[in-house]
Design a protein around this ligand. Structure first.
Ligand SMILES: O=C(O)CCC(=O)C(=O)O
Ligand SMILES: [Fe+2]
Length: 318
């Protein structure tokens, strides 16, 4: 069971009124989300978001002692923005809408949103929805397979610092997101020491014809008592058998501390993608507009390490 607590910011009626009027203004100004639009959103938010929300975001960014989760609650789930049907394919819904702008207005206080040009048409805010053609895959659009605990873009220079999720619809039978904080895992006892050494991690999911790519990085890194993780046991395999065994032990321990979170419409969750793994159980998708619907964005605290690869006008990586 998790032993640490997350940060929660509760918005009251007045807070919500001011945020929603800000987002309404933005809706009239921003007709796509790219580098320029992100700047417009960031400038519009200066002195406009509730003070305790900003304080919560700053505390979350600064305080490594919490478990790496921040929830922002209180946006009324009755607002029209959350009555949109769940799309059944990617790239067909109006973009941006109020949900996108809410996630961006709040999340941009943690970092710069970015994505990959090949992912969901290069949209900075992606739909986590079941899509028929991906049902059996190990991707956010699957449904019949469990999405195994992982951090996004592990073993990469572009590992996001934070992921932002906003609930749009829980689905008729609510489907949770699994969240497992590394600080809830007991790393004592020597079993984890091999994970702190740089090791070969082979990307084993690129299809049969593609070259296998390897990275040499540690699975756990940073402070020994409060480490970060490169964890994605489905996409990466480890030729060193000691590492493979320890990764599987880490997986079991992350499963044993995992929490299940169902985001209600308008509820936001920010996840420290280096300290908290996420996943999702298998579920049956109806594909009729009523399925679970979450949106997601990746944030980088600093773009310096991405300079030269992150396209500044689109905020996309190749
Ligand atoms: O479906 C979920 O809750 C998580 C999906 C996921 O892994 C992601 O969006 O990165
Ligand atoms: Fe993910």
């Amino acid at each position: 069971m998790p032993v640490t607590t997350e940060l929660v910011v509760e918005l009251d009626e007045k807070d919500c009124e001011s945020i929603l009027s800000l987002v309404d203004e933005l809706k009239g100004t921003v007709d796509k989300i790219d580098g320029d639009a992100v700047e417009v959103v960031e400038k519009a938010c200066i002195n406009r978001l509730p003070r305790h929300l900003i304080e919560g975001l700053v505390a979350y960014r600064r305080d490594g002692r919490t478990n790496g989760l921040l929830f922002v609650r209180g946006i009324p789930d009755s607002i029209v923005a959350f009555r949109v049907p769940t799309p059944t394919s990617i790239g067909t819904r109006p973009y941006p809408d109020v949900g996108d702008l809410l996630l961006l207005a709040v999340g941009s206080h943690l970092g710069t949103p970015f994505s990959w040009s090949s992912y969901q048409d290069g949209r900075l805010i992606q739909d986590i929805i079941p899509v028929a053609e991906f049902s059996n895959d190990q991707v956010s659009m699957s449904s019949t397979t469990e999405l195994v605990l992982h951090v996004d873009a592990a073993f990469s220079m572009a590992t996001p610092d934070y992921l932002g999720f906003i609930g749009i619809r829980p689905g008729a039978h609510p489907v949770p997101t699994y969240l497992s904080a590394l600080c809830d895992v007991d790393l004592e006892g020597g079993w984890s020491s091999v994970l702190f050494r740089p090791t070969e991690a082979r990307d084993c999911n690129r299809g049969e014809d593609a070259d296998v790519t390897s990275e040499f990085m540690p699975v756990l890194y940073g402070n020994g008592a409060h480490p970060y993780m490169n964890f994605d046991p489905v996409y990466f395999e480890f030729p060193d058998p000691d590492v493979a065994v320890a990764v599987s032990e880490l997986h079991n321990r992350l499963v044993s501390v995992r929490q299940e979170v169902c985001l209600s419409p308008g509820e936001m969750c920010f996840v420290d993608n280096r300290r908290v793994a996420h996943g999702r159980p298998a579920f049956t998708a109806a594909l009729d507009g009523t399925d679970r619907y979450v949106r997601r964005a990746c944030f980088a605290v600093s773009e310096r390490h991405l300079a030269g690869t992150l396209e500044p006008t689109t905020l996309l990586l190749p």
